[in-house]
Design a protein around this ligand. Structure first.
Ligand code: GDP
Length: 334
């Protein structure tokens, strides 16, 4: 199966030419190749990504997270339309941890962001699926590079705020936005401290109707909560604001704050420093993924692992010794 070569694949040069001309069809087809696990596609994907690399990196990358129901898709639609009105081209990608387990997806259904999806200047791509979060993140990272080469100048990477994929999104974006709700029981809503700490901006969404007063209170509480964290490396102090995605209130303010952030990090050198660190991290993540793939993908290793599992249960071998043995065997085989 892995050596199967799908029909209808073009030469790398044709995808590259298409992407650089902002051809959406060829962009989509190239992304499908990046997402594919077929060996022949992996080779093609590497060639495409390597060639477009000099044309990538020119966008501003924003990570957006929040629990299901907080209003991510409504917000992204309003925000995306606002950006397009400012003359931007916007690509919306997602990392959806649920798609690994269920092959279904919390984020990817087609009825979302209908108005935005119909706009020429917007490109929406549902989440890649994969076996590991690292694998999915790699694919989304490469998809982002292709979108940049196709001329999208703001990339929004959405993830569902349930505590698994935020770090992956944070590691590939310039600005991290956390959407929250006021008055949903505990003011900090089970959003983990680590996620709050990553946020450059917290937006209390659904600040409309009866919810306005509560949202203002929540804003103060989050402002106090964020003060406790040490100063971020970027030199930026995270801001908290209220918004109503559905009524299009406070959306322009978010873009203004992004602009303030960009100005600061351009001037103090953090923007470039962070991008460079992210690139290095990305290489190590890739190495980790490939190593895991090499090890667990080997039939010999997996049958030996089954034997070792039994031996551990029957106390014939200690888990540490078992790990040592199999790694020795692996080292000899490479
Ligand atoms: P997601 O799961 O985070 O993507 O959330 P959705 O964008 O699908 O929104 C969940 C629900 O909240 C939908 O019924 C939206 O219409 C509603 N919603 C989203 N934003 C707002 C808002 O600003 N105000 C109000 N009142 N409802 C909103």
């Amino acid at each position: 199966m892995k050596n199967y070569k799908p029909k209808g694949r073009l030469k790398a040069a044709e995808y590259i030419k298409g992407i650089l001309k902002s051809d959406r069809v060829l962009l989509s087809r190239a992304i499908t190749i990046v997402e594919s696990n077929l060996e022949s596609d992996k080779i093609l994907a590497k060639e495409i990504v390597q060639s477009i690399l000099p044309n990538s990196g020119n966008s501003f990358r924003i990570g957006i997270t929040g629990v299901p129901g907080v209003g991510k898709s409504t917000f992204i639609e309003a925000f995306g339309i606002h950006l397009i009105k400012q003359g931007k081209k916007v690509a919306i990608l997602s990392i959806d941890p649920s798609s690994q387990r269920t092959k279904g997806s919390i984020l990817g259904d087609k009825t979302r962001m209908e108005e935005l999806a119909n706009m020429e200047e917007a490109y929406i791509r549902p989440s890649a699926s994969g076996d590991t979060l690292g694998g999915v993140a790699n694919k989304t990272g490469e998809t982002m590079l292709l979108c940049e080469a196709a001329g999208y100048d703001v990339i929004l990477i959405e993830t569902v705020g349930v505590g698994q994929s935020e770090t992956a999104v944070h590691n590939m974006t310039d600005f991290f936005l956390l959407l929250m709700l006021a008055g949903a029981g505990d003011e900090l809503q089970g959003i983990k401290k680590g996620i709050m700490e990553m946020a450059d901006m917290v937006v209390i969404n659904k600040a409309d109707g009866d919810n306005i007063t509560m949202s203002k209170m929540a804003k103060r509480q989050y402002q106090n909560a964020l003060h406790i964290f040490p100063q971020a490396d970027s030199g930026w102090s995270p801001v908290v604001s209220t918004a109503s995605a559905i009524k299009n209130i406070g959306i322009n303010n978010v873009w203004e704050e992004v602009g303030n952030f960009k100005k600061l990090v351009d001037e103090n050198g953090y923007f470039l420093k962070n991008r460079n660190q992210q690139q290095i991290k990305w290489m190590y993540n890739n190495i980790n993924e490939e190593l895991k793939h090499l090890f667990y993908g080997s039939e010999e290793i997996s049958s030996q692992l089954k034997v070792l599992e039994k031996e551990i249960i029957s106390s014939k071998i200690s888990p540490v010794k078992a790990a040592q043995n199999i790694l020795e065997q692996f080292k000899k085989s490479i």
